[in-house]
Each structure stands twice: as C-alpha cells, then as structure tokens.
Design a protein around this ligand. Structure first.
Ligand SMILES: C[S@@+](CC[C@H](N)C(=O)[O-])C[C@H]1O[C@@H](n2cnc3c(N)ncnc32)[C@H](O)[C@@H]1O
Length: 275
C-alpha cells in the first residue's frame, strides 16, 4: 500500500466510524475493495473533493447518509436468479419440506423481492405455500417498500419467464402476475404469507427458528469477520436438518461453521445443518 492508499484507508475507516456513531448503520466490516469503489462513486457523483469532506458533510445531513446507504447496499436481483439453484431446491429441499408441519423460511437480504416471490411460486406449485410463512428482510428500508409492492418492469418479465422455465417450472408463468403498460404486479395470493421486515445482518440477532434460510449474493460484500457473525446467526436460526441457500460465489469454506452446516449440493450452494 502506498502513502495515498494508506491515507485513503484511514479516511474510509473514519467515515464508516462516523456513520456508525451518528446513524447506527454498520458498514465497518464490509469487504474493503467494493466499499472503496462505491464510496468513490458517491463522492464523484456529489462532486466532493475527498472522503474526509464527505465525512464532514454526512454527519450533518441525513439525506446524504440515505444516499450513501443506498449506494453501499447493492440491490441487483431477478426472479429465479441462477435457475439451477431453484431446480436443485425443487428436487432436494421440497421433499424435506413435505414432512414439516408449518414451514418457516427466512430470506435475508431480499432486496426488491424478486427472489422471495420466486420462492412463493415454487412453494405454491409444490402445494406447500398454504402452510408456509416467509420472512423477507433487508437493511434497506426503501427497497423493502418496493418489495412489498411486488411490481416489476414489464420488460424484465421475458427474462424472468426464461429463468422460471430453466428452473424446471412447467406452468404458464404469466398467470402469476397482472400487467399494465409498464409493470407486472405479482398476484396478491402470493403475497399473503410473506412478512417483509427490516433486519441488519451486521448488528441484529436471531428472531426465530427456520427450516430454510436463503441468503444469496449478500455475504459476498462482507469481510471475514462479518461473514463469521452471519454464519453464527444462521447456525443459531436454523432448525436441525434445515437448509441454507447461498449465492453462486459464496461458501462457508474457511469459516468455523463449515463442519456444522455442510454442503449437500456444492454446485448449487445448498447446505444443511447437521448430518
Ligand atoms: C445483491 S442484493 C441480493 C438480492 C437477492 N438475495 C438475490 O440474490 O438476488 C443484496 C441485498 O443485501 C442487502 N444487504 C446488504 N447489507 C445487509 C445487511 N447488513 N443486512 C441485511 N441486508 C443487507 C442489500 O440491501 C441488498 O438488498
């Protein structure tokens, strides 16, 4: 690290400390390289000279904080993202859920809800939605409001239909939403058993015991220490024999939980608590 990079690291750490102490948002253990990239993007967008200046401004301006929080939480998502994950879920996890009385599922880092509605569709098709409750949480309040609406740009539905079919879906996908000129809105029967709520994986605790936890493309933005916290949280929140679903580039390898939550389908990132 050269002198400039060292100073920049100090500036970023001080900014994150200031944000935490003033607003309670804890980004201190997010992966450094992506944090750096996003903070630079934000200072450039605001035409701010350097990170120290941003820190000074943000302390007095909650609106700037809101902007930073939106920039730091990357909310890209899609329905039936990585279709083979949902395919593996259909074949490996659905049989396990058939024997569960009341199914509890947690989607941590649900973003605008596409992944959650995909799960609702999948459970509905397996005849399990009625006896399921899905908790869908995120750190970002604005994105949660969008998720509750379940309203997605119509132009995206073509790709989502392809994903659905590639995941093993066999129904007419369009029967799950209604359309106007620009948007597709998920039918309300698929929203009935979903509870959207704020939850911060960096600071909040377990709030129930789940048969399934899905947390995809979230911990990739965390450093080792924060990942470890999250794995502990998941371990404590999973029922014995329960499943954890991660994103395609995520794993428990190198964590002290890798012998407690075991990979059952390494390609599709499906793991299981216990043996
Ligand atoms: C890239 S999206 C992933 C969405 C979905 N799971 C998927 O794979 O398509 C990451 C989400 O994680 C959320 N997130 C980031 N940090 C978080 C934290 N500490 N606690 C809860 N959610 C967080 C972001 O707000 C964002 O909505």
């Amino acid at each position: 690290m050269n002198k400039c990079e060292e100073i920049e690291k100090i500036e970023i750490e001080l900014l994150l400390e200031a944000v935490y102490r003033q607003y309670g948002y804890d980004f201190r253990n997010y992966a450094y390289s992506s944090l750096k990239r996003r903070i630079h993007y934000y200072t450039q967008r605001l035409n701010i000279e350097n990170i120290s200046e941003l820190q000074g401004k943000i302390l007095y301006d909650p609106k700037l904080m809101e902007g930073l929080s939106n920039v730091l939480s990357i909310t890209v998502t899609e329905m039936f993202r990585d279709p083979s994950f949902f395919g593996a879920f259909r074949s490996s996890v659905i049989p396990y859920l058939k024997d569960v009385g009341h199914i509890r599922i947690w989607h941590a880092g649900c973003a605008s809800g596409e992944e959650v509605y995909s799960m609702a569709i999948l459970l509905h098709e397996a005849g399990l939605y009625e006896k399921s409750i899905i908790y869908a949480t995120d750190i970002n309040e604005q994105i949660l409001e969008k998720a509750k609406e379940g309203k997605f740009p119509l132009k995206k539905m073509q790709q989502y239909t392809k994903n659905y079919l590639a995941s093993g879906g066999t129904k007419e996908f369009s029967k799950y939403y209604s359309c106007d000129e620009k948007f597709a809105t998920i039918h309300s029967f698929l929203k009935e058993n979903i509870v959207f709520a704020h939850h911060n994986l960096a600071t909040d605790h377990s709030f129930n015991e789940f048969h399934i936890i899905i947390c995809r493309n979230v911990i990739i933005y965390f450093n080792k220490q924060l990942k470890e916290r999250v794995f502990q949280l998941f371990y404590e929140s999973l029922t014995e024999g329960g499943y954890l679903g991660l994103g395609s580039k995520e794993s428990l390898i190198g964590s002290s939980y890798s012998d407690k939550i075991l990979e059952v389908d390494a390609n599709n990132k499906l793991l299981k608590k216990g043996h």
